[in-house]
Design a protein around this ligand. Sequence first.
Ligand SMILES: [Zn+2]
Length: 53
Amino acid sequence: MQCTTCGRKLKDKKSIDRGYGPVCYEKHLRDLADAEFEKNQVTIDEVIEGDAV
Ligand SMILES: [Zn+2]
């Protein structure tokens, strides 16, 4: 099992379960949070433009 991001070998079970090393997993979480934030921004914009409220 290797880290999905950097390709390093994963040693502990947690990392193997995640598919990321600890550092890359944190980075991955941050990317997810950013993506979620941007998604929410777009949704809010669409709501405002669509006059749905
Ligand atoms: Zn990695």
